[in-house]
Design a protein around this ligand. Sequence first.
Ligand code: NAI
Length: 290
Amino acid sequence: MKKIGIIGGGAMGSGIAQVFAQKGHSVALYDTNQEALYRSKQNLAKTFEKLVAKEKYTEDQAQEIQQNIEYVSDLAAFAEVDLMIEAIVENLEIKQAVFKQVEEIVSDTCILASNTSSLSIASIASACTKPERVIGIHFFNPAPLMALVEIIPAVQTQEGLAEEIKTLIQSVGKLPVITKDTPGFIVNRVARPFYGEAIRILEEGVADTETIDFAMTSLGGFRMGPFELMDFIGHDVNYRVTESVFEAFFYDPRFKPSFSQKRLFEAGYYGRKSGRGFYNYAEGIEKKAP
Ligand code: NAI
């Protein structure tokens, strides 16, 4: 699998593109939004400026890696890809439409993967004429730094494909685990009560966001507290994942979304990416210890 096609040039798609480009794969990164592609390219250039300054890469290596990524606004570039990874909005109908569309362009042997955090891979595959080539490959944010990758074969996925993907993921320096196609897989399932309980503590007035984050990072050993982490992930993504896991578990109250997060989502206060979430980043007020 030499050539990788990625759909969605946001936080995840850009990071995944970097992961493969760093290991010598040629990558086509597609987005319907030109500005997202422009931002993705600019951010990668800044990242490599820093990596060169830290002497992690030479100037030549940095150039070569960046040139491995082609930013495309036409899916025709996917005719030659061996593996497509979709990293667009967390919405089943939109993902299904994209898989249908891409299947008309890619070769018969191309593998189709979704980076979904929580949606059913079986449902995504059901939109395809060759569902046996569909699989979940779930990277974590930021993809270049996080080692873990969940690999999720659906009931339709052909025998042996998960192992093949596992080898590929290991070859780009990541630590893959194979998990069943259940809502939230491993990490996002365990993480739901973590976020949910933190928000309930906030709503009950037990402590404020700074205190809860401070307790979890300083005393709980987490690198980020729950509110910092939700702001980092983005409430558009995180709220949708909670909603989808709640629904997929037949409305089990353990996974119930909260109104506090729903209101942030509805207001467009997505967190770091929009300048405001539980914390206000736009005014330069970074999260601070209480
Ligand atoms: P994002 O909002 O940063 O980026 C999504 C990108 O997809 C945007 O640039 C948008 O223009 C593009 N897009 C939307 N619809 C499209 C379409 N039909 N065709 C082509 N491009 C389209 O979102 P993010 O955070 O990168 O998430 C993407 C996926 O990865 C979601 O399924 C999410 O659940 C999953 N994910 C997110 C993580 C996170 O921490 N943000 C972690 C792991 C997985």
